[in-house]
Design a protein around this ligand. Structure first.
Ligand SMILES: [Zn+2]
Ligand SMILES: [Zn+2]
Length: 271
């Protein structure tokens, strides 16, 4: 069957990405979901409005882990908009009373390695290596398209690569420039935490992970979760672009390398 512009497509907007708050909006004709809600309800609704959408029409929210930059708005969204909320047992436990009361029928458990099917939209979870209780990210599938989110991990394992390989689109972490982090003002224990195997991916790590993950299908790569202290958008972009070109990847030809922002949503785009 022929596909028209507005029907039957998987669409994505990175509403916000960075150490200050994260949320991604995913839409099919039948389902509208958010992955993470790391900003206030008010901010999230403003970001949704900026792409011509509203939280009122969102059905479900998938939470990756309990850190505030991913969970700040979870309670408010559940109560105000009646969303179904999915997270694994460890994350529910770690969010605890901090997110306030959520009705038991809105609370759902999705463990790493499981798939939640919502009509034709399948949300697959996978573990990452990060200093939270049981962090997991998501690869969404719709018809023959897929979009994978990989941030908040100190390490890209073979197992993770097996799950996310050759997706049509990625949101991939480029948290910090290693030199900026080393020279910067963070206390040493925090620097060590970020640089560790359970911290965050640097720009170089992000580029290396992407080069292993992407395939012929891959058309859109969003660089995300940039630190505001230890990174700059143009530096992350140039580092990834240069490393990829050095390995003969046809950046801007085979696929687009795209920036995200902590306060501005990316256009709602067909994946
Ligand atoms: Zn984070
Ligand atoms: Zn985190």
């Amino acid at each position: 069957m022929p596909q028209t512009e507005n029907e039957d497509n998987l669409k994505v907007s990175i509403l916000a990405s960075g150490s200050t708050g994260n949320a991604t909006y995913v839409e099919t004709p039948d389902h509208k979901i958010l992955i993470d809600a790391g900003l206030s309800g008010k901010k999230l609704e403003e970001l949704m409005n900026s792409i011509g959408r509203t939280l009122k029409n969102v059905d479900s929210l998938f939470v990756t882990h309990e850190h505030t930059d991913h969970s700040k708005g979870v309670g408010v969204l559940a109560r105000r908009y009646g969303l179904d909320v999915y997270a694994n047992e460890g994350t529910w436990e770690a969010m605890g009373s901090r997110i306030g009361k959520i009705a038991v029928e809105q609370k759902h458990i999705l463990e790493p390695g499981q798939v939640q099917s919502l009509g034709g939209l399948d949300v697959e979870s996978f573990s990452v290596s990060h200093d939270a209780q049981d962090p997991q990210f998501y690869d969404v599938h719709y018809h023959n398209k897929s979009f994978a989110i990989v941030t908040d991990t100190g390490y890209v394992s073979e197992r993770l690569l097996g799950t996310i390989s050759d997706a049509d689109g990625y949101l991939f972490e480029c948290n910090h420039d290693v030199e900026m982090l080393r020279m910067g003002g963070y206390p040493w224990p925090l620097k060590q935490r970020i640089l560790s195997d359970t911290g965050h991916l640097s720009n170089e790590d992000g580029a290396n992970g992407l080069m292993k993950a992407l395939g012929n299908r891959t058309k859109r790569i969003y660089l995300g979760h940039l630190s505001q202290e230890n990174n700059v958008k143009s530096l992350a972009h140039l580092t990834v672009q240069t490393m990829m070109q050095g390995h003969d990847f046809a950046v801007d030809h085979d696929f687009a390398l795209l920036d995200t922002d902590p306060t501005q949503a990316t256009d709602l785009t067909i994946i």
